[in-house]
Design a protein around this ligand. Structure first.
Ligand code: SF4
Ligand code: SF4
Length: 671
């Protein structure tokens, strides 16, 4: 192993760091300790001394496992973790994160404590100044809870340099790899200013870890692309530590061997790599420089991000990885309606719409089909008691063909009036998208609304299975208090019937089982009830250790601004709420939102099961200035057997295994 001094922290650390964000998982929420802990111990044995984690890694379990593994060898390792709290009006929240991290890591101090994902805008808004969070971290340092004040970074080169110039941070953790060298100058700048430099994603977030012929060509003499990727990063003299998010013992041993035998890449190696990367981009006809001149797209297509992903496939041959990245991308190429407005803005003169069509063909799982879907865009209640819901109905062509006539007819499950119930689009271009705004009216009490649509194109092909559901939530008249959590509204304005059928239940024997949701809100919180029939006890005889027990619900809320609903994965504005039902142990239900915040929860036994209730403060939905008239909403029930193995996974909308795709969420209108 090679060692280095981490800038002005003065800490001596191994050049290979262990990134604890991809530890092997036993389930969605639990790391497989039987695999992970021996791996972490082996890492120490092999000389790794730098371990990096964060509150949310591995569904919140990473800090715990690292703490369990390192408790007996704390003085041999440097622990780095992060605080993602940027609300300076809520200093308690920042301290809660720190104290929780110390507890989970089973230590009384954190060596490298990072502001998580900082950039200069965040620094100015929340960290700097008399009332900023830097004051808090200084206090923590004075109390010995934190040894070195650092930050991780996501942002532009200019922003990184400004952060360095503040002189307030001892090291920075930043993205840099063979495929993304955009911050190289900033890394050198940080090192010149005495900061330690830690690289995350040295193997391109795993993508250079895939064996691929094209990447291997670039690797040349080097044994494997992961080896080349690590050598590339560590041969940069400004870099102290390369973090690798290792998931297997094999990766660990291979990476340690690479760093132990680290030979510097020669200038000739560097030239060859750069020339090969540039050449391939040109050959692929997709030389997008990421300049952003074409942005913003009126339809929210993230053009450069789509091209970066397309390049992973076309230039580097990383097809599987490209498809995985595309699946969680906000602003997918599929949103493009081929209007052509971006074309004249591109200095590289790329035929952007055509290339986006190519991205759809190669990367979008719906490629080759035509789709239609409704999106709830708003709602209102009229004085005469009529409720009116506004829907935007989209049709999208995932093929190259142009259709001359596309007809859509809508049918409600419950006889609500829909106007218009049928409409046409005269043409639908290859890869094009069209939409029509329609209004659905009904009389209260409004319950959920389910709509089937039939799309016929060119009077020949018909797709009939397009069905979607929308729900409304009512505003509570009074204020909120924990005691009122379980007061169901007199007339439940939201009551989403369960789509679960007993036949879906586990092999251990079906039973009468269903769940309903109810939602309402006031100015402070969103209130959620889940009413479960059947206590699922047959699946929960022995609860696994930790707080998540055998059965739980996950409810997903997309709380971003209306025009961004449904874009991207859970990383940006989508919160999952985990609701665990009560058990005979007397432990009450508990609820955690995905930013780690615990919220108040109550349970009530009923003759048939129980009701869970919780109030989720709007602050939990993040800082995206979401105008919360409309939210996206989805729910999944997960049941585990006594050994903690997942047995049943039921989705409200029946989209098993697809819950990472927020574009398929149902919509919720707050009336
Ligand atoms: S052609 Fe597509 S990507 Fe370009 S502006 Fe129009 S919708 Fe956006
Ligand atoms: S303008 Fe052209 S080169 Fe620049 S980001 Fe858009 S597509 Fe890429």
């Amino acid at each position: 192993m090679q060692y280095t001094v981490l800038g002005r922290t003065g800490l001596e650390v191994s050049r290979l760091g262990f990134g604890c964000m991809r530890l092997p998982m036993k389930s969605d929420t639990q790391i497989d300790r039987g695999l992970a802990i021996p791996m972490l111990h082996r890492a120490v044995e092999l000389g790794i001394t730098y371990f990096d984690t964060a509150v949310g890694y591995c569904a919140g379990d990473s800090q715990r496992v690292l703490g369990e593994a390192m408790e007996s060898m704390r003085d041999r390792v440097v622990l780095s973790t992060k605080n993602h709290h940027y609300d300076k009006t809520d200093k308690d929240g920042w301290w809660r994160n720190l104290n929780d991290s110390l507890e989970r890591l089973r230590t009384d101090h954190i060596d490298v404590y990072n502001f998580h994902g900082m950039n200069y805008e965040r620094f100015e808004a929340a960290v700097d100044g008399e009332d900023g969070l830097y004051r808090e971290v200084l206090k923590a340092k004075e109390q010995g809870m934190v040894r070195h004040i650092c930050h991780s970074f996501h942002g532009s080169l200019d922003s990184l340099k400004k952060c360095v110039e503040t002189g307030l941070f001892e090291s920075v953790t930043v993205q840099y790899n063979l495929l993304d060298q955009s911050l190289e100058e900033g890394i050198a700048f940080a090192a010149e200013h005495g900061m330690g430099v830690v690289i995350m994603g040295p193997v391109g977030g795993g993508r250079l870890g895939y064996p691929t012929g094209k990447a291997q060509e670039i690797a040349g003499e080097v044994k494997s692309t992961p080896e080349l990727a690590l050598r590339f990063v560590l041969s940069n003299p400004a870099v102290n530590v390369a973090l690798s998010g290792m998931s297997t013992m094999e990766q660990l041993e291979e990476n340690v061997e690479t760093v132990a035998n680290l030979g510097e890449l020669t200038p000739e190696d560097h030239r060859r790599i750069e020339a090969a990367v540039e050449e391939r981009k040109k050959l692929a006809g997709l030389y997008c420089t990421g300049c952003n001149y074409c942005m913003p797209c009126p339809d929210n297509v993230d053009i450069p991000a789509n091209f970066e992903i397309l390049n992973l496939d076309r230039v580097f041959g990383l097809s599987d990885h490209a498809r995985t990245r595309y699946a969680t991308l906000g602003g997918k190429a599929a949103l493009c309606r081929q209007c052509g407005k971006c074309v004249e803005l591109c200095p590289q003169e790329l035929d952007i719409p055509a290339r986006l069509g190519e991205a759809v063909s190669l990367l979008d799982e719906r490629s080759g089909s035509v789709a239609g879907w409704g999106e709830l865009t708003g709602g209102s209640a009229a004085a005469d008691g009529m409720l009116s819901l506004r829907l935007r109905y989209h049709v999208k062509n995932f093929t190259e063909s142009t259709f001359s006539r596309v007809r859509v007819s809508l049918r409600s499950h419950r006889e609500e009036q829909i106007a218009p119930a049928e409409f046409d689009f005269s043409t639908l271009k290859g890869f094009g998208r069209r939409h029509r705004d329609i209004t659905v009216t009904t009389t209260p009490p409004m319950e959920s609304l389910s709509v089937d649509s039939v799309v016929t194109f060119d009077d020949s092909h018909t797709i009939e299975h397009l069905s979607y559901a929308v729900v409304t939530a009512s505003k509570r008249a009074g204020g909120k208090s924990n005691d009122s959590l379980l007061e169901r509204p007199a007339s439940p304005l939201v009551h989403v019937p369960s789509a679960i059928h007993p036949v879906h239940l586990s092999k251990q024997g079906p039973s009468a089982h269903s769940y309903d949701f109810a939602l309402d809100y006031d100015d402070g919180s969103l209130y959620l009830w889940v009413e479960v029939e059947d206590d699922m006890k047959f699946l929960a005889e022995t609860a696994p250790t930790g707080r998540i027990r055998a059965d739980y619900f996950r409810v997903f809320f997309d709380g971003r601004a209306k025009d961004r609903l449904g874009l991207g994965g859970y990383g940006d504005g989508v919160f999952h709420v985990t609701v665990c039902p009560p058990a005979d142990s007397g432990i009450d239900a508990w609820v955690v939102v995905s930013n780690g915040e615990e919220v108040s929860a109550r349970t009530e036994r009923t003759p048939f099961g129980y009701i869970l209730g919780c109030a989720i403060p709007w602050s939990a939905f993040g800082g995206d200035n979401g105008a919360r008239e409309v939210m996206a909403f989805d729910a999944v029930l997960v049941s585990h057997d006594a050994d903690g193995n997942e047995q049943v996974r039921l989705s409200w909308t029946g989209r098993e295994q697809q819950e990472r795709d927020t574009s398929t969420f149902g919509r919720l209108v707050l009336i």
